[in-house]
Design a protein around this ligand. Structure first.
Ligand SMILES: [Zn+2]
Length: 174
């Protein structure tokens, strides 16, 4: 992209550079959920229409955007900005788990939805958070895993297929 802009669109490059400069000086972290935000509280945390009883834990701000696009979640979020990774020296305090534990205790949260990735680190992080949540009396759920919409069983890997089977749901009469 840099080569393209330098060769063909220097004014466009300046617009991009200014936008980045602007973002660097204005964008910080939301004090409640840790996502990237221009204000002390991000628009979702500040929105009183959102359900304060249900908190969805994700790894990145991009995960929040993806979930928001579904329009299916009306609670609030907590953004880890990573996952537990002892090999890289990333422990609970580096991903805000101390802040999260405090929120479990101080706020009227009744359910935490674990939406960390399905990698070994993501699962370990989910396991750690689940233990913290239960000790604070908060119910724990994990987003379901399975066959993508429009996907074919034949081409689905065995682990996903096994998870889809074990997480099967009752088909309601329509
Ligand atoms: Zn927030």
């Amino acid at each position: 992209m840099m080569l393209y802009l330098l060769e063909r669109d220097r004014p466009g490059a300046q617009v991009l550079a200014d936008a980045l400069q602007n973002a660097l000086s204005k964008v910080g972290r939301c004090s409640a959920c840790r996502t990237l935000a221009e204000q002390a509280l991000c628009p979702i945390c500040a929105d009183e229409q959102r359900d304060p009883h249900i908190l969805c834990v994700v790894e990145t701000p991009a995960d929040v955007l993806a979930l928001e696009q579904t329009g299916a979640f009306k609670g609030k979020y907590f953004v880890l900005m990573g996952h537990l990774s002892p090999i890289d020296g990333i422990g609970p305090e580096h991903i805000g788990l101390d802040v999260l534990a405090k929120r479990f205790r101080d706020e009227p949260i009744t359910e935490v939805v674990l939406a960390t990735s399905t990698t070994v680190e993501g699962e370990a992080t989910a396991f750690f958070i689940a233990r913290e949540a239960r000790s604070a009396g908060v119910a724990v759920s994990r987003i379901a895993q399975g066959i993508p919409l429009g996907g074919e069983l034949e081409y689905t890997d065995a682990n996903t297929l096994a998870l889809a089977l074990s997480g099967r749901t009752v088909v309601k009469e329509s």
